[in-house]
Write a protein that binds this ligand. Structure first.
Ligand code: ADP
Length: 266
């Protein structure tokens, strides 16, 4: 190498430059494909959520009229299906809303509607929304600091964030163990932890939890649970938009603790 003539060394360097240029071209082409796929996903989210919303509103409206007797008396056997139908429609509505929110995030259209509120009232609302998913004998327990904690937040989005964490905790508590919600504060930060004794999450799956559409389906006990994989992605994006975050401590087979932190109002 040391004894090479300058012309040979230049030729080798030129060859290397050409190879690097080829690699760069290939990387650019891959990036372009990924960008196109990602844009197509965003467009699909936006289109599907808007297109599904209309028919769902019509279905919900007609079901509610039917329930109220607007079309005459409903046979008892049919009326018994109302709770199940309402629960399914509510599930579809929450999927569609999650898709809409994800498409807003993709296009930087997420605007927070902030007001100063007491954290406990938000936590209680999120808990209430999930009571119907509890199994018989299973409890949702609140352990809150007695001091009122004020936060400056988009109330509905924080309720959705916490509701998602609580719903996940209930869904993954396959032995129907209780779920605890703890509110604490310190150093200008409020924390809400949702603690379950469910199936937990293996360390190898942690990197995908908060990604768009990221789901773990290795445990047969939860393989058929419904979900979009958007919940934790949105939850963390909402938390970060408020200057907070969501973290998780978990052990497979022992349970998980998801913690939302939010800055306390000044
Ligand atoms: P989804 O619930 O729609 O599947 P999420 O984004 O809310 O999507 O959650 C992503 C994945 O994280 C879930 O599919 C599940 O595998 C895992 N997960 C979330 N919360 C828990 C929990 N409390 N215990 C065990 N696994 C969980």
């Amino acid at each position: 190498m040391l004894g090479d003539a300058p012309a040979e060394r230049i030729a080798r360097l030129e060859q290397r430059v050409r190879e690097l240029e080829d690699e760069l071209d290939q990387a650019r082409a891959r990036l372009l494909r990924l960008t196109e796929v990602s844009e197509a996903k965003s467009q699909f989210l936006n289109m599907a959520s808007h297109e599904l919303r209309g028919p769902l509103t019509v279905l919900t409206g007609h079901l509610s009229l039917l329930e109220d007797g607007a079309f005459g008396e409903v046979p008892e056997r049919f009326a018994g299906t109302f709770p199940a139908m309402n629960a399914r429609l509510a599930e579809m509505e929450s999927f569609i809303n999650a898709m809409l929110e994800a498409s807003r995030l993709d296009d930087d259209r997420l605007h927070l509607l902030r007001s100063t509120v007491e954290l406990r009232s938000i936590v209680e609302e999120a808990m209430q929304r999930n009571e119907l998913f509890l199994s018989p004998g299973q409890h949702l327990v609140l352990d809150a600091s007695p001091v009122p904690l004020l936060v400056d937040v988009d109330r509905e989005r924080v309720v959705l964030t916490l509701s998602n964490l609580i719903n996940n905790a209930i869904k993954h508590s396959v032995r129907h163990t209780d779920v605890r919600v703890e509110i604490t504060a310190g150093d200008g930060v409020a924390s809400v932890s949702v603690v379950d004794q469910g199936i937990g999450i293996a360390a190898e799956h942690l990197p995908i939890l908060f990604t768009r559409f990221g789901r773990v389906r290795s445990d047969p006990a939860v393989a058929r649970l419904s979900g979009t994989g958007l919940g934790l992605y949105l939850a963390r994006e909402f938390a970060r938009a408020h200057g907070g975050d969501i973290t998780v401590v978990t052990a497979e087979g022992e349970g998980s603790t998801f913690t939302l932190t939010l800055p306390l109002a000044a």
